[in-house]
Design a protein around this ligand. Structure first.
Ligand code: HEC
Length: 104
Protein backbone atom coordinates (compact mmCIF):
# COMPACT_ATOMS: atom_id res chain seq x y z
CA UNK A 1 0.00 0.00 0.00
CA UNK A 2 2.86 2.34 0.83
CA UNK A 3 4.35 1.75 -2.61
CA UNK A 4 1.03 2.44 -4.23
CA UNK A 5 0.68 5.80 -2.60
CA UNK A 6 4.27 6.71 -3.47
CA UNK A 7 3.52 5.96 -7.12
CA UNK A 8 0.32 7.93 -6.85
CA UNK A 9 2.28 10.85 -5.48
CA UNK A 10 4.96 10.62 -8.16
CA UNK A 11 2.40 10.45 -10.94
CA UNK A 12 0.20 13.28 -9.75
CA UNK A 13 2.13 15.57 -7.49
CA UNK A 14 5.86 15.13 -8.02
CA UNK A 15 6.19 17.31 -11.09
CA UNK A 16 5.30 20.30 -8.94
CA UNK A 17 6.24 19.24 -5.43
CA UNK A 18 9.29 17.09 -6.39
CA UNK A 19 9.71 13.32 -5.97
CA UNK A 20 10.59 13.67 -2.33
CA UNK A 21 7.93 16.38 -1.77
CA UNK A 22 10.69 18.84 -0.97
CA UNK A 23 9.06 21.36 -3.27
CA UNK A 24 9.79 22.59 -6.75
CA UNK A 25 7.18 24.73 -8.46
CA UNK A 26 4.87 23.95 -5.57
CA UNK A 27 5.86 24.28 -1.91
CA UNK A 28 7.67 21.79 0.30
CA UNK A 29 5.09 19.40 1.73
CA UNK A 30 7.08 18.33 4.77
CA UNK A 31 6.01 19.93 8.01
CA UNK A 32 2.51 20.77 6.85
CA UNK A 33 0.72 22.58 9.62
CA UNK A 34 -2.75 22.02 8.25
CA UNK A 35 -5.56 19.82 9.36
CA UNK A 36 -6.34 16.69 7.40
CA UNK A 37 -9.62 18.28 6.37
CA UNK A 38 -7.85 21.31 4.96
CA UNK A 39 -5.31 19.23 3.04
CA UNK A 40 -8.13 17.04 1.78
CA UNK A 41 -9.86 20.14 0.50
CA UNK A 42 -6.68 21.46 -1.18
CA UNK A 43 -6.13 18.17 -2.99
CA UNK A 44 -9.71 17.60 -4.10
CA UNK A 45 -10.57 21.20 -4.95
CA UNK A 46 -7.13 22.43 -5.98
CA UNK A 47 -5.92 26.00 -5.63
CA UNK A 48 -7.13 28.34 -8.29
CA UNK A 49 -4.33 29.26 -10.68
CA UNK A 50 -1.78 27.32 -8.63
CA UNK A 51 -2.66 23.70 -8.28
CA UNK A 52 -5.08 21.53 -10.27
CA UNK A 53 -7.95 19.81 -8.50
CA UNK A 54 -7.71 16.06 -8.11
CA UNK A 55 -11.26 15.48 -6.92
CA UNK A 56 -12.26 13.85 -10.19
CA UNK A 57 -9.05 11.95 -10.71
CA UNK A 58 -8.48 10.55 -7.24
CA UNK A 59 -11.12 8.96 -5.07
CA UNK A 60 -11.55 9.80 -1.42
CA UNK A 61 -9.51 6.75 -0.28
CA UNK A 62 -6.60 7.82 -2.49
CA UNK A 63 -6.70 11.34 -1.10
CA UNK A 64 -6.72 9.97 2.44
CA UNK A 65 -3.75 7.75 1.64
CA UNK A 66 -1.89 10.73 0.21
CA UNK A 67 -2.53 12.71 3.36
CA UNK A 68 -1.32 9.80 5.50
CA UNK A 69 1.75 9.62 3.26
CA UNK A 70 2.48 13.33 3.71
CA UNK A 71 2.18 12.82 7.47
CA UNK A 72 4.77 10.06 7.38
CA UNK A 73 7.10 12.44 5.54
CA UNK A 74 6.61 14.86 8.35
CA UNK A 75 7.62 12.27 10.89
CA UNK A 76 10.53 11.04 8.78
CA UNK A 77 11.68 14.57 8.49
CA UNK A 78 11.63 15.04 12.21
CA UNK A 79 13.58 11.88 12.91
CA UNK A 80 16.07 12.80 10.21
CA UNK A 81 16.58 16.16 11.82
CA UNK A 82 16.98 14.47 15.18
CA UNK A 83 19.70 12.19 13.79
CA UNK A 84 21.40 15.10 12.09
CA UNK A 85 21.44 17.06 15.32
CA UNK A 86 22.80 14.08 17.14
CA UNK A 87 25.53 13.59 14.54
CA UNK A 88 26.40 17.23 14.72
CA UNK A 89 26.66 17.07 18.48
CA UNK A 90 28.83 13.96 18.46
CA UNK A 91 31.00 15.41 15.68
CA UNK A 92 31.38 18.48 17.82
CA UNK A 93 32.23 16.45 20.90
CA UNK A 94 34.78 14.46 18.87
CA UNK A 95 36.33 17.67 17.59
CA UNK A 96 36.62 19.03 21.11
CA UNK A 97 38.18 15.81 22.27
CA UNK A 98 40.64 15.85 19.38
CA UNK A 99 41.74 19.40 19.98
CA UNK A 100 42.30 18.73 23.67
CA UNK A 101 44.70 15.97 22.66
CA UNK A 102 46.81 18.09 20.33
CA UNK A 103 49.80 19.77 21.82
CA UNK A 104 50.05 22.83 19.66
C1 HEC B 1 0.66 22.04 -11.29
C2 HEC B 1 1.49 21.93 -10.10
C3 HEC B 1 0.96 21.18 -8.90
C4 HEC B 1 0.53 19.87 -8.82
C5 HEC B 1 0.43 18.86 -9.96
C6 HEC B 1 0.21 19.62 -7.44
N1 HEC B 1 0.42 20.75 -6.70
FE1 HEC B 1 0.11 20.96 -4.70
N2 HEC B 1 0.51 22.93 -4.84
C7 HEC B 1 1.01 23.58 -5.96
C8 HEC B 1 1.26 24.99 -5.64
C9 HEC B 1 1.83 26.03 -6.60
C10 HEC B 1 0.87 25.16 -4.30
C11 HEC B 1 0.95 26.43 -3.45
C12 HEC B 1 -0.23 27.30 -3.70
C13 HEC B 1 -0.24 28.49 -2.78
O1 HEC B 1 0.60 28.57 -1.89
O2 HEC B 1 -1.12 29.32 -2.96
C14 HEC B 1 0.42 23.84 -3.82
C15 HEC B 1 -0.04 23.58 -2.53
C16 HEC B 1 -0.29 22.33 -2.02
C17 HEC B 1 -0.65 22.04 -0.65
C18 HEC B 1 -0.88 23.07 0.46
C19 HEC B 1 0.42 23.35 1.16
C20 HEC B 1 0.18 24.30 2.29
O3 HEC B 1 1.14 24.57 3.01
O4 HEC B 1 -0.95 24.78 2.45
C21 HEC B 1 -0.79 20.69 -0.53
C22 HEC B 1 -1.17 19.91 0.71
C23 HEC B 1 -0.53 20.14 -1.84
N3 HEC B 1 -0.22 21.15 -2.71
C24 HEC B 1 -0.55 18.78 -2.11
C25 HEC B 1 -0.50 18.26 -3.40
C26 HEC B 1 -0.73 16.87 -3.69
C27 HEC B 1 -0.97 15.78 -2.67
C28 HEC B 1 -0.66 16.76 -5.05
C29 HEC B 1 -0.91 15.51 -5.88
C30 HEC B 1 -2.19 14.87 -5.73
C31 HEC B 1 -0.38 18.08 -5.60
N4 HEC B 1 -0.28 18.96 -4.55
C32 HEC B 1 -0.22 18.38 -6.94
C33 HEC B 1 1.22 23.01 -7.20
C34 HEC B 1 0.89 21.72 -7.56
Amino acid sequence: MQRRVVICFRLNCAHCHADDARGDEGPDLHDLHRSDARIHEVITAGIKGEMPSFGKKLGDPDVRRLIAYLRTLHRLNRSRRFVQNLLQKTACAAAVQCSSHTHS
